[in-house]
Design a protein around this ligand. Structure first.
Ligand code: NAD
Length: 501
């Protein structure tokens, strides 16, 4: 078995900005510290892009776009290069997984089995798709031929969060690049390292200079500069609702660029009394919230359960939660790793006090310290039972391993309570009746509804939210709509006659 702790100590991550095909420090030499949530130790200092650096990256991207080196390249050539990038990601699986694990606190097992392979699959999937999409011909009179073609937008700014750095990055850059755009990626300041490795691999795969740029930096500086840049044609953002709305303001105050938002969630796991397999349901409910220490935008953070199965289900969920191996992300046996930062840890723990104040029964909710680690941000799987859905625990996104349980009676009340949320990213529904499942699934206001499962998904289906969970859709062929604009080319072909001349 690999000794991941020794391997991590030997890592020498790239920490500079990647602009116009080169790694370079920030113009003003600014850096920020990157800590590992595994033990709270300083990992490295990363170059912090300022306004001038973001401007250089955007100009390089715009110049590359105008040159046509990528935007007008044969689709098969773009497909070949992106497929090579996907292969390189898999060839560098261990290094990418290790960077992701030490930077974000994901267990190394998940990073190797899920994060890197899924990100690589996303890149390959869009590479394979891009030369299988046909344009349209409009039903004009015969004197004309009107082509409706999908054209790349130009420069796409991708701004991503820290919870699934590689996976979310791939959802955005793969369709954007496949469609012929140039991209400037702003990773989250907590997790820049895998993005910089990706930049190196992209160059090695043959993505031309300027087409893919990575500008780590602070949100209000680098993120804002990208959001306000007049040469950026589209922002694709995943993160918190407040910052997402900020990007709408940046757009309105600059060039009216398109903005696609994937925001937070408070997804309901609805369990009805006729659920056939409560043991399987409890496993799914527990993993639905505790995976990645609850730092999943669509994490099933509310359990809306029929009172007739409440006691048995909650007992089972608490038992599953206690059985999960919480520990060092660099231990292959670990199932649940860390909270991503000290700030986020503090925020998560505050909710235990809020839950008690709101009268909930609390199972877990404590910070823990795995053996052998002096520090680090670990919270045990937590269940808040007897939650009033209208209170703070029922409404606010905690973004930690904390499940809020609310009892209801019957499917109608369950769906009503599930919909009583400002968010609408995802929901699950457990029932033995296909009729109830179908009706309730249609009524749940969420971008994804799972029936008798949780988090079953793939790149083949769209993902995004209703209400305050955002407006954009990542994944599936529909993602190409987000990174292209329709162009009409109307050609006057004259009267439809043939002559013998
Ligand atoms: P965040 O909004 O703080 O940061 C997201 C990105 O925006 C980061 O790159 C950050 O540097 C940048 N940013 C921060 N402040 C900025 C500013 N003033 N101007 C411009 N850019 C700025 O979010 P986070 O804390 O990194 O991520 C957690 C949030 O993301 C949660 O709310 C979670 O639900 C959400 N999320 C949503 C999805 C989804 O697909 N819907 C997926 C993952 C995470």
């Amino acid at each position: 078995m690999t000794d991941w702790i020794t391997a991590a100590a030997a890592l020498k991550p790239e920490t500079r900005l990647f602009i116009n095909g080169e790694f370079r420090s920030a113009r003003d030499g600014a850096t920020f510290d990157s800590f590992s949530p595994r033990d709270g130790r300083l990992l490295c200092t990363v170059s912090a892009a300022g306004e001038a650096d973001v401007d250089a990256a955007v100009r390089a991207a715009a110049h590359a776009f105008e040159s046509g080196v990528w935007s007008r390249a044969d689709r098969r050539e773009r497909a070949r290069v992106l497929a090579r990038l996907s292969d390189l990601m898999l060839e560098n699986l261990d290094e990418l997984a290790l960077l992701e694990s030490i930077d974000s606190g994901h267990p190394i097992g998940d990073a190797r089995r899920v994060d890197v392979p899924q990100a690589a699959r996303t890149v390959r999937w869009y590479a394979e798709a891009i030369d299988k999409i046909y344009d349209e011909i409009a039903p004009t009179p015969q004197t004309a031929l009107a082509l409706i073609t999908r054209e790349p937008l130009g420069v796409v700014g991708a701004v991503v969060p820290w919870n699934y750095p590689l996976i979310i990055t791939a959802w955005k850059i793969a369709p954007a690049l496949a469609a012929g755009n140039s991209v400037v990626l702003k990773p989250a300041e907590l997790t820049s390292l895998s993005a910089l490795k990706l930049a190196q691999l992209a160059a090695e795969a043959g993505i031309p200079a300027g087409v893919f740029n990575v500008v780590p930096g602070l949100g209000p500086v680098a993120g804002q500069a990208l959001g306000r840049h007049p040469l950026v044609n589209k922002i694709t953002f995943t993160g918190s609702p407040a910052v997402g709305r900020g990007f709408l303001t940046y757009s309105g105050e600059s060039n009216g660029k398109q903005v696609a938002l994937e925001l937070g969630g408070k997804s309901a796991q609805v369990v009805l009394a006729d659920t056939e397999d409560l043991a399987a349901c409890a496993e799914a409910v527990a993993w639905g919230i505790f995976y990645n220490a609850g730092q999943t935008c669509h994490g099933g953070s509310r359990l809306i359960v029929d009172e007739r199965v409440h006691d048995e289900l909650v007992d089972r969920v608490v038992t599953v939660g206690r059985s999960l191996v919480l520990g060092d992300p660099l231990d292959e046996a670990t199932q649940i790793g860390t909270i991503a930062s000290a700030k986020q840890l503090e925020r998560v723990l505050e909710y235990t006090d809020i839950a008690r104040a709101e009268g909930a029964v609390v199972h877990g909710g404590n910070r823990v310290r795995p053996e052998g680690l002096a520090s680090g941000y670990y919270v045990e799987p937590t269940v808040f039972d007897g939650v009033d859905n209208a209170g703070r625990i029922g409404q606010e996104e905690i973004f930690g391993p904390a499940l809020a349980v609310t009892s209801v009676r019957g499917a109608a009340e369950a769906v009503r309570v599930a919909n009583e949320s400002e968010y609408g990213l995802a929901a699950s529904l457990w029932t033995g009746s296909i009729t109830t499942a179908h009706a309730a699934a249609r009524m749940l206001r969420a971008g994804t509804v799972w029936v008798n499962t949780f988090d079953a998904s793939d790149i083949i289906t769209p993902f995004g939210g209703f209400k305050n969970s955002g407006s954009g859709r990542d994944r599936s062929l529909h993602a190409f709509d987000a990174y292209t604009a329709l162009k009409t080319t109307w050609i006057n072909v004259g009267a439809p006659q043939l002559s013998n001349d």
